[in-house]
Design a protein around this ligand. Structure first.
Ligand SMILES: CC(C)(COP(=O)(O)OP(=O)(O)OC[C@H]1O[C@@H](n2cnc3c(N)ncnc32)[C@H](O)[C@@H]1OP(=O)(O)O)[C@@H](O)C(=O)NCCC(=O)NCCS
Length: 169
């Protein structure tokens, strides 16, 4: 899938492969305070989650990645991440918009995700893209020696809204 971006060219969202995992891990360990392990990424590929790599195809560099699951007509974003060297360039927005497009194309009704209250960049990214806070999961994330709550956010997709309107009329 080609990705439109105001400044960068040759951007594409491609199915993640095992060969991408070393580049993904190099980003993951600096992007998150509690990074996933290589085993978790391998498991996501093995069980068939929807796993995507954001690449600049002319240089074959990996700029970010997206992992989603789809069940019972709902999408769940498990991991969305941009290389810290490329953050603040609207790539996270492009990746999230692509996830929303995928959901709409599959006629999914809504999307859920969890985010740390301390993760201001992610929180604003989601709020700017019509995600709403719908709950809190207590002590969800490891945080140093303790735990941190997760804010649960939800966005309804276009088709979901259309379907609901049709059902009511
Ligand atoms: C969250 C993340 C994906 C955002 O990607 P990004 O490419 O840096 O974000 P964008 O450039 O598209 O910015 C989108 C919005 O995020 C917010 N934002 C981005 N960086 C921010 C920062 N440092 N502080 C506060 N808000 C920030 C802004 O609201 C911005 O929109 P605006 O510029 O119109 O105000 C990226 O920071 C990241 O990969 N973080 C590490 C992994 C992570 O935490 N993932 C989310 C897990 S829930």
């Amino acid at each position: 899938m080609h990705i439109q971006h105001p400044k960068l060219t040759h951007l594409a969202l491609l199915p993640m492969t095992q060969a991408d995992i070393p580049q993904i891990m190099a980003i993951e360990v600096i992007a998150y305070p509690e990074p996933w392990t290589e085993g978790i990424f391998n498991d996501c590929l093995r069980v068939g989650y929807s796993c995507w790599s954001l690449k600049q195809t002319n240089t074959n560099s990996l700029l970010g990645y997206l992992i989603i699951t789809i069940a019972a007509n709902e999408m769940h974003i498990l991991n969305i991440c941009i290389d810290p060297k490329k953050q603040g360039m609207k790539l996270g927005t492009a990746l999230l918009k692509q996830a929303i497009k995928l959901g709409e194309a599959m006629r999914i009704t809504s999307c859920f995700l969890e985010v740390r209250p301390s993760n201001k960049a992610a929180l604003y990214l989601y709020l700017n893209n019509n995600f709403k806070k719908v709950g809190v999961r207590k002590n969800y994330y490891p945080h140093g020696k303790g735990r941190e709550d997760a804010i649960v956010m939800k966005r309804r997709f276009q088709q979901g809204e259309i379907k609901l309107i049709k059902l009511r009329s």
